[in-house]
Every structure is written in structure tokens, then in C-alpha cells.
Design a protein around this ligand. Sequence first.
Ligand SMILES: *Cc1c(COP(=O)(O)O)cnc(C)c1O
Length: 463
Amino acid sequence: MSSEQERARRVVPFRAKVVEPIHLLPREERSRRIERAGLCLFALKGDDVYVDLLTDSGTGSLSTNQLAAMMTGDESYAGSRSFDKMADRFREITGLPFVIPSHQGRGAERVLNSVLVRPHSIVPGNSHFDTTKAHIELAGGRCVDCTIEAGKDSATVHPFKGNVDVPKLQKTIEEVGARNVAYVLITITCNSGGGQPVSMANIREVSTLCRARGVPVFFDAARFAENAWFIREREAGYGNKPVREIVREMFSYVDGCTMSSKKDAIVPMGGLIAVRDQGLFDALKTPTILFEGFYTYGGMSGMMMEALAQGLDDVMQEDYLRHRIGQIAQLGAGLRAAGVPIVEPVGGHAVFVDGRRFYPHVPEDQFPAQLLCVELYKEGGVRTVEVGANLIGRDPDTGENIRPALDLCRLAVPRRAYFQEHLDYVVDVVATVFEGQRDRTRGLAFEHEAAGIRHFSSTFRYL
Ligand SMILES: *Cc1c(COP(=O)(O)O)cnc(C)c1O
């Protein structure tokens, strides 16, 4: 018997009303399909996969409230009622008055950086997301990573591994001069390590430092609600605060944000920009029209904007967040109990398995984490993604393969999509591969290495 409090932690705040059939292919068929895909997980068809943990982006389930709202979507080219609803909701939640939709997060990044970033200006932040970094560079700027040291070490346990190293940020701003800092970007939660949170105290400190120097601060807000939940769970003084109040306080410290709505707004497609300054809002209108569409739809349909507005409400429900973060924690606990080496502490949307510790005898340059992704698919039809030597690519100057600090296999969990049975199954698959393959000595080599961003399309062969 468990206490009432423990039982409350096990509450699943939704049930299935419509289901999507999924199937597990026979073992020989899985082997055939992954071989045919060149051992590249991105080249599999969705139907080849049983449990798909490739990403938590755009893969969440819609709620009945979202579907109902979608039927009222207003597809007017300009002045859509659905846009007003979405913008009002976001304004209400964050206090940021001006909202612009975009087709997804990177669309918002392109628009914002085309206005804020000048050649040679810098954007310091905590481990910029890959498309974010690419868009800052495309606009002529460069990123300076100011994540705290604890955030870069897989074994260090720290409650807020996404935090910005404030002394380092101050030094960075002083070195280049505040005029050359386009803005400071805080990613909440920080994608590195599977969604490591940033504390309220850290957000406040960064904001104070930057405001004193006239440097704007922005959020990359893809997982703002998950970040708020961690603040509530882990930061002194927030344990009894409603999530809405925490979110409101978080946003009170920034000048604006970009957001991939495919994460914490639980929609298949969408994004947005929100800013506090009317002048900046006006400057964003033209690039929005050019890259995304008129600034009351920005690449989104009225239906999607309705779903987004409702998704923002859904995601801040406390029982939803308790279940969501609890589900990831439980996946981590299951793997840990099986002795599988994972990155600690477990973050908000994914669990990472350490490929080098999983296959200690596979040489580091033979892609142990990529090998693990392939073997998990073969063993159980589970799709994951490598975040390591394959993803990081080559040094653009020397052409050498970069050796990342960690070579990881990421298990990202879609929102509201899978039950505990699925995740128990995943733990079983990972544990089986771990038990059976630990003394493996050979990994993978490129069959065809794609140019540029290589991990989406490179193929491999077994050594
Ligand atoms: C997904 C993501 C983006 C990019 O958004 P898309 O919707 O995939 O274009 C940017 N930043 C973070 C932190 C993300 O997780």
C-alpha cells in the first residue's frame, strides 16, 4: 500500500479516446530494414518503428480540447481570430505584449536574428541549440557558450545544470563591449543533457547583469513549462507557487523569446516570437512576411494556432507536468536499476545513455553510440538518435573529426503519447542489449559520409 501522496504521483491525467495502431515487425524484418537504411535511423520509415523515441518535437498527442478548438480555426489571411486567441494566450502567460507566429522554431530564429544580429556581434548563452547557433552564424554573428562547468560533465549532479555561468558571461560582455553583444540567449530547458533546467535565481542574475549594461535578454522557450516545473520542484521558495506564477516571473526578466511550439505547446507544427518593445516588433514584420508569411499567420494555419493556444493551457496543468517529468524520471530509474550508464541527473524530455561506457571495448572512433541506436532498433524496434561523434561532425577549419566530450544515445519521450508499458518495454530492450553485448569490440565506420549536417543522412557499415 502506498500513501495518498505517493498515489497522487502516479496519476495519469489523460486517457485514450482515439488510438493510433503501431506494430512490432519481426526481428528478421527489422534487421533487413535497418540494413537497407544504411544503419541510419533517420532513413527508417515511421512504420518500421514500434516505439519512436527519436524526438519529442511535434510528436505529442493532441487533447480533445485542442481538437475541438481546431474546428473553430479562422483561416483569414490577415487578422485571423485564431491568431488573436493564440497571441492573447501567450501575452497572458508571459506578459510579453507583441507576438508573431512562425512555421516552427527555426523560422522564428531566422526572423529574429536577421534583425538583432549584425556581422561580428556575439550572442552568449547556455549551450545554444543547433539550429539556433546556425541562424546566429548565418546572420554574421557568433555564439559564446557560457554554461556552468557542472553542465558539461555527465557525472556531476547539480539541480540546475542548464544555468549560465554569470562571471563568465560578465567577462565575455566586458571583453567585446556591450555594444557588440546582440543579445543574451537563455535556453529553457537547456537541450544539452536532455533538458537540464535553469533556476529562477540564475535567470534573475543574468537579467540584472544585462539590464545594467543595456544588453537584451531572450529565452529560447521551447520547454518553458518543463523548466517552471523543475523550479517548483527544486528551488527554495517555489514549492507552493502555482506554475503560472512561476512562468510569469521567469518571463518578467526577459525582453522577448523565440519558441518552437512543437515542444511545450504540444502541436505538430508551429513556433513564435514574442517581444516587449514595439520598435523591435515593427522591425520584425518585414522579415516575417518574407520568410514566414503575413504576421498574423507566419506559416501556421488558423487550426494550428487554435491548437497552439489550447496547448499552452494544457502544458501548464500541474498534473500534466507531474506526470510528464515523472515519466522521464521513471525511464531513467529503470535504466539505472538495470546498470545501464546514463547521464545524471535525468532532464525534462529525454534520457541519454553513455555509448562509451555502454560499449567499453568499442574504440571511440567507431561510433559506439550510433552502434547502440542501431542495436536498440534491431532488438526491439525502438528508434533513438545519436548525439555524439556522428552528430558533431568535422572541424570546419581542419577537416578533422571532432571528438565530443560525450558520445550519447538519446531516448526522447513524446508528450502524452506513450504509456508506462511502452517505456517498461524500452527499458527491457536496452537492458537486453546491455547484458548481451557488453564485450563487443567492434563498432561502425561510414559507408557514405554526407557533407555538412551529416547525421541526418550518413550511412554506416559494421566493422
Ligand atoms: C526544437 C528546438 C528549436 C528549433 O525548433 P524547430 O521547431 O525544430 O525548428 C530551437 N531551440 C530548441 C531549444 C529546441 O528544442
